[in-house]
Design a protein around this ligand. Structure first.
Ligand code: PAN
Ligand code: ZN
Length: 184
């Protein structure tokens, strides 16, 4: 017998909000990102991003989805970004769809390969299994994207907190600059 009943929610394609909301909004402040940015957070209480979830059972047979709203800003030279993670089950994949703003998706494998892909309205990013992923807001407006991923993927933040990503995305005089992470 099917485990779930069908349901429908309305996604605001500009704001990334769901109506009705399906689950508790996750809020991440500068303080929550201490240790992920190179610099200590200058304004610990300031909002960096929110995740609006559509919770379903965390099983391989389901598809989780959520939207992320990442504010514009910087800590030191680094643009506001998500913590970033590997999926706890390493081979689980994910799809991002850009809804608003201007962003970068930084991806890295455990053996240190990396890629930087654009996130923009209408762009579909494929995140294959085995690639850690972090989104970065390189614009002046909120970066909004929708994500859908395998239900039992889980999130491994500890590896990123310890090692970081191979590259940093920083504010330069003429826009974003991708530099090697000296602490990777
Ligand atoms: C996304 C992310 C979301 C927030 O839904 O979870 O953008 O980023 P962090 O989880 O790295 O804080 C996703 O990739 N889910 O798997
Ligand atoms: Zn993910």
């Amino acid at each position: 017998d099917p485990k779930l009943d069908p349901f429908t929610t309305l996604l605001d394609l500009k704001l990334g909000t769901f109506d009705p909301e399906r689950g508790p909004v996750q809020v991440r402040t500068q303080e929550d990102l201490r240790g992920f940015f190179q610099a200590d957070p200058p304004r610990p209480d300031e909002l960096v991003y929110r995740v609006m979830p559509v919770p379903v059972p965390t099983e391989n047979s389901e598809i989780q989805c959520s939207t992320t709203v990442l504010e514009p800003g910087t800590v030191g030279d680094e643009y506001y970004m998500t913590k970033g993670h590997f999926h706890a089950v390493r081979d689980r994949s994910e799809i991002y769809i850009g809804l608003a703003g201007e962003g970068c998706l930084v991806l890295a494998t455990e053996d240190g390969r990396h890629r930087v892909e654009p996130i923009r309205e209408g762009m579909v990013n494929y995140v294959p299994g085995g690639w850690a992923h972090r989104s970065v807001n390189v614009g002046d407006e909120p970066l909004v994207f929708f994500a859908a991923y395998v239900g039992d993927a889980g999130h491994d933040y500890a590896t990123i907190e310890r090692d970081g990503f191979p590259v940093l995305v920083c504010r330069g005089d003429d826009g974003p600059v991708v530099t090697d992470n000296p602490h990777y």
